[in-house]
Design a binder for this molecule. Structure first.
Ligand code: COA
Length: 328
């Protein structure tokens, strides 16, 4: 059993940050960023809280789906950059959308978040057939956590949100989720400071003790090595469950981290780059929002059509990964 994506929606802030804009913060240049990452510009939230971006994307998806918000049984929001420890973004999005009959919660699987949320939603729809629709939202305000003094990471990320209204269907579906916690400290933003004396006195070191507080830290090379393996592996795990191969897929929507990661994975899978939807050039890496933003854009442009098979593949902090194959 699978899902039907009734409609998608998106919201990105108006404010653009070009590669040249980063010269104000760090020693960098447009050529380095473009050739090493494929990114030209990204959006940056100004006054908008994360929940606002998510709610705008959600409202658009609901309107396009032509459903009543009251028929939504659940809101799942994927985010790694929430405005709050509590409440969940999903609860605030419920307030904004009038989805009064929905359960609401957030999940954090970092850049794999949309695939995790989609598969979670699919399982709820399968086991509770009274639930008509689930609203899946992925919303990220990374610019509030990025370290604008770290040139190796600040240039990668952008802000934005996207949402999908989904329902139960018997369309083709397969998904595989995974994680490798031994790499958890390679990509992190810690919210608890352990006093340095404790490390000295006890020798305690969880791999995070020297990482900055409330700022995104990444070991770029370690994450890159993980990503080039995780991207094809997550697809193959999902495809293997239904005996599919890359040739059965019309469109690949990978997490939009770095075009070099995608090119390496494409080569591994023997798939031409033309089959990969790329939006990182204008949005950068928007974490969990990157896959649904790309889906929304490709559908909006008429590139992805009903009946086509899509493989969505996420990877990111955790280190998490997940692949989902759906029929659009
Ligand atoms: N502008 C100019 N130079 C930069 C730079 C920037 N923004 N960032 C790093 N450099 C420099 C480095 O300091 C280094 O200089 P050095 O040789 O004098 O020491 C040089 O460029 C090469 O750095 P390196 O880290 O080897 O570059 P790279 O080709 O590995 O690319 C990343 C760096 C971060 C782009 C790449 O490792 C990457 O994409 N990693 C994965 C990150 C990711 O996707 N994270 C999110 C996953 S969800």
């Amino acid at each position: 059993m699978g899902i039907n994506i009734l409609a998608t929606g998106a919201y990105v802030p108006d404010q653009k940050l070009t590669n040249d804009d980063f010269k104000r913060f760090v020693d960098t240049n447009d050529e380095w960023i473009r050739t090493r990452t494929g990114i030209t510009e990204r959006r940056m939230a100004g006054w908008e809280p994360n929940w606002y971006m998510g709610a705008q994307a959600a409202k658009q998806a609901i309107e396009r789906a032509g459903i009543s918000p009251e028929d939504i049984g659940m809101i799942i929001t994927a985010t790694a950059t929430s405005d709050f420890h509590t409440p969940s973004l999903a609860s605030v999005i419920q307030r904004e959308t009038g989805a009064v009959n929905a359960a609401a919660f957030d999940m954090n699987a970092a850049c794999s978040g949309f695939v995790y949320a989609l598969d979670t939603a699919r399982r709820f729809l399968q086991t509770d057939r009274d639930m008509k629709y689930i609203l899946v939202v992925a919303s990220e305000a990374l610019s509030r956590f990025v370290d604008f003094e770290d040139r190796g990471s600040c240039i990668l990320f952008g802000d934005g949100a996207a949402a999908a209204v989904i329902e139960y269907s018997d369309k083709l579906y397969s998904a595989a989720l995974g994680s490798d916690g031994t790499g958890a400290h390679f990509l992190c933003a810690r919210s608890l400071q352990i006093a340095p004396e404790i490390k000295q006195e006890t020798g305690f070191d969880d791999g995070f003790t020297d990482k900055p507080l409330h700022k995104l830290y990444q070991d770029g090379k370690a994450v890159y090595k993980f990503a080039v393996k995780a991207l094809p592996a997550a697809f193959e795990l999902a495809a293997g469950k239904i005996g599919a191969t890359a040739e059965d897929i019309d469109w690949f929507i990978p997490h939009q981290a770095n075009v070099r990661i995608i090119e390496t994975a494409a080569k591994h899978l023997g798939v031409p780059m033309e089959k990969f939807i790329i939006t990182l050039d204008h949005y950068g890496n928007t974490s969990s929002a990157s896959i649904p933003l790309a889906l929304n854009e490709a559908v909006g442009k008429g590139v992805i059509k009903r009946g086509q098979r899509i493989a969505m593949i996420g990877f990111g902090a955790g280190l998490t990964y997940g692949g989902a194959i759906i029929e659009y």
